[in-house]
Design a protein around this ligand. Structure first.
Ligand code: ADP
Ligand code: LRH
Length: 482
């Protein structure tokens, strides 16, 4: 049996997991979990990248203690964000958080140079204010960017610190909005027109490519015995999570539920139509030539922020209370980027209900139920729209990620979609990360082979729709103002 360490950094927590794999078994053990707490500095909202790196080192030490030796390490994280290096390879400042306000109003400036429809046709990415392209435009005249000689996306930055080697992993690169999803190469035209220096990026790497070995001081600090290779995985956490969707055919939709809900389809080619742009669907790149055709929905961020505002009550008890609140009492548009920034979330949700003349949730249980109904409704809408826009019907919805632990959300999603939901695995991103490493070392086969191993080994829970789809359809129409 081989042992692979998966470093998986989500927006709410980082974890290091050890996957032990042979052709017939797959065991995942969490060896270290640490909070990912952004910090508001006078400059704005920043990631605490040193705390994250320290968490990675602690995790690798724990992984080594569990396994004796590691056959490889892989890193994935949330998308779009980056660190800048100076000419000596030193990090310039703390990486900016994608929820920072610096990109407000920037899209309009970009579209004045490259109209939104041309940008979509060239890059296939949905509009999100935080796409790297908008972040780089916002940073255009800063001293920091002027000094920068290299840009590394977050997993690539950590890989550089661990190995000394630089690269730009493709699935995550596709979230910059600087990649053409048809050629899977840089979009030189878009970059040139916007004055973005593509030379800042290190050469592209594909999942499965070798990415160096852990540096001697990393071995010393973690107590690992070298050489320990780093293997490039789908370094966008959503790419790794979708690789670990335990689907058996092609007629499936997925929802990666965590801080975000990423709901959509796996396709073999991008959908770049005007209708797709208007519906704000994205075409991110996945493993083996696949495309993740999906929509970003605010996700459990809405609940995380409320729970923070309420002083961290017990989540299990809160969900039990929320289950008793009547269904679809009030819903908000969980796709609305008005919910992107942190702060005052219970109030913002109440304000949205009041503005749309619905009952205003008052108690934490009512607000929680409003969030979960709203998420289920947004899941329904995304999956319905994706099937129509891509002409790709589905029979089942796979839910993976932290939200699989929320049985109420899974059941409501099945009800809203009118389709069975198969929930699990919870740590899909880490599993996808481990499986790509195992595949690079010849232990498992192609994507269907990886998924076959998951279906045979991972516990999954099935939720059947309980009827009442008509109510969800009506709620959707009401929210859309039809
Ligand atoms: P990310 O990778 O974006 O940091 P995760 O996939 O770890 O997010 O999911 C985190 C979310 O999972 C939390 O916001 C919470 O809503 C949900 N969650 C975690 N544990 C539980 C639990 N025991 N019961 C219900 N929901 C849970
Ligand atoms: C989820 C995720 C998502 C991106 C967002 C910035 O963690 O990677 O796919 O859109 O973070």
């Amino acid at each position: 049996m081989k042992s692979y360490a998966a470093v998986d950094l989500g927006a709410s927590s980082g974890r290091v997991m050890v996957g032990r794999v042979d052709p017939d078994s797959l065991e995942l053990t969490e060896v270290h979990r640490f909070p990912n707490r952004p910090v508001r500095t006078p400059e704005g909202l920043r990631w605490d990248i040193l705390a994250l790196y320290a968490g990675v080192l602690d995790g690798l030490k724990a992984a080594g203690a569990l396994s004796g030796r590691l056959d490889s390490v892989g890193i994935d994280s949330w998308a779009v964000d980056y660190g800048l290096l100076d000419a000596d390879g030193a990090l310039l400042g703390n990486p900016v958080h994608y929820r920072d306000g610096r990109t407000e109003g920037v899209a309009e400036k970009v579209w004045a140079t490259v109209p939104a429809d041309e940008l979509y046709a060239a890059t296939g990415l949905q509009y999100a204010p935080f796409n790297t392209l908008y972040q780089l435009t916002a940073a255009r005249s800063t001293a920091q960017l002027a000094q920068a000689r290299r840009l590394l996306l977050i997993p690539d930055l950590l890989a550089y610190w661990l190995t000394g080697e630089q690269g730009t992993e493709l699935t995550n690169a596709s979230t910059t909005q600087l990649i053409d999803p048809r050629t899977r190469r840089w979009s030189y035209d878009v970059a040139e027109r916007l004055g973005i220096e593509l030379g800042l990026f290190a050469p592209l790497r594909q999942p499965g490519d070798p990415a160096g070995v852990l540096r001697p001081d990393v071995l010393e600090e973690t107590g690992l015995t070298g050489p320990v290779p780093l293997t490039t995985v789908g370094s966008h956490d959503t790419a790794s999570a979708v690789a670990a969707v335990p689907a058996t055919g092609e007629r499936f939709a997925y929802i990666c539920t965590g801080t975000w809900s990423l709901a959509g389809l796996e396709l073999t080619a991008p959908v770049l139509t005007e209708q797709s742009r208007a519906a704000n669907f994205t075409n991110e790149l996945g493993l083996d030539g696949t495309v993740r055709y999906l929509r970003n929905i605010m996700g459990l961020w809405l609940l995380q922020e409320c729970v923070r505002a309420w002083g961290e009550p017990d989540l299990g008890a809160l969900l039990l209370e929320a289950a008793k609140v009547p269904t679809l009492r009030s819903v908000v548009d969980a796709g609305d980027s008005a919910f992107l920034a942190p702060g005052r979330m219970p109030e913002r949700i109440a304000e949205a209900c009041r503005a749309s003349e619905q009952p205003v949730p008052v108690t934490p249980a009512e607000t929680t139920r409003c969030i979960l109904d709203s998420l289920a409704l947004a899941h329904r809408r995304a999956i319905e729209d994706a099937q129509r826009l891509a002409d790709h019907p589905v029979d089942v919805v796979h839910v993976v990620g932290g939200g699989t632990r929320n049985a109420l959300l899974c059941q409501l999603t099945a009800d809203a979609c009118g389709l069975p939901v198969v929930a699990g695995p919870t740590e899909a991103a880490a599993l996808g990360n481990v499986l790509v490493q195992a595949r690079a070392h010849g232990l498992v086969g192609d994507l269907p082979g990886m998924r076959g191993l998951l279906t045979r080994t991972q516990p999954l829970t099935r939720y059947e729709p309980r009827g009442g789809t008509e109510r969800w359809r009506a709620a959707q129409a009401r929210l859309a103002g039809d």
